[in-house]
Design a protein around this ligand. Sequence first.
Ligand code: GYE
Length: 321
Amino acid sequence: MTIDRRAFTGAVATLALAGWLPSNALAQKKLVLGFAQVGAESEWRTANTESIKSAAKEAGIELKFSDAQQKQENQIKAIRSYIAQKVDVIAFSPVVESGWETVLREAKAAKIPVILTDRAVSTKDDSLYVTFMGSDFVEEGRKAGRWLVEKMKDQKGEVNIVELQGTVGSAPAIDRKKGFEEIVKADPKFKIIRSKTGDFTRVKGKEVMEAFLKADGKKINVLFAHNDDMAIGAIQAIEEAGLKPAKDITIISIDGVKGAFEAMIAGKLNVTVECSPLLGPQLMQAVKDIKADKPLPKRIVTEEGIFPMEVASKEFPSRKY
Ligand code: GYE
């Protein structure tokens, strides 16, 4: 028996319209992406989530999204539920670097490809994921360090630095610290006198800076914050302590979110190193490429710059996050 294709499609359409068949029986099956997000800890993260959601919509990819509230166990739960739901691809930003091998092996056994976005995992077995796309955090730390070395090149005495670290065990905290130290240790006048985590949030950034100020007060010359939100929280603490941010204490941070530009325009932050959260379009392209069996590079690095306060008002209108 031969089937008239047009008549068949027409019949499917009629059934779908009558509600007897799901309407996607007409279209090709949509690709399903399960994304396990870190949380909503910073302006950066909000922009990243927005980028992923809007890019999925644009690409016609069905997105299953979960927010782990900065907890690894929640991310693992989400990944397991995506495996159970047999999604086409799983992507996630690992909150910390270690402890992923078991769940990644489960995804591999279920033949579901995994993409890492933004943050890396520390595993020797790189067959557990297809690609890792995101910034070079060590280089961001170096950029922050180089800016400081240049700014303080005529300074003779000691330069006392306090550091607000990101989430303990996370790739950006580990790597930004490493890159920054690598540069400043070249000159013994730079001393990191205190270094503590502020978990990438404003509230914690403020709290930890208050403690730094209580302990060392006027001794502090520089604050290096692993992200803008912690720097913004710390600025409040500095003002409340009766000091002038960006003048009494030089402030360097990372991300380049709008809040940082506003702080620079207000003269309260000296410089921000850019880290782009706009990974959505790249991620959706990778999902499509994987499904089309196209080979992907193991590492896709985001390109980014650095913005001192002098250029803040000129750059502000063109900032996208
Ligand atoms: O710098 C920070 C966020 O992983 C690059 O996470 C990201 C970092 C970003 O909370 O603001």
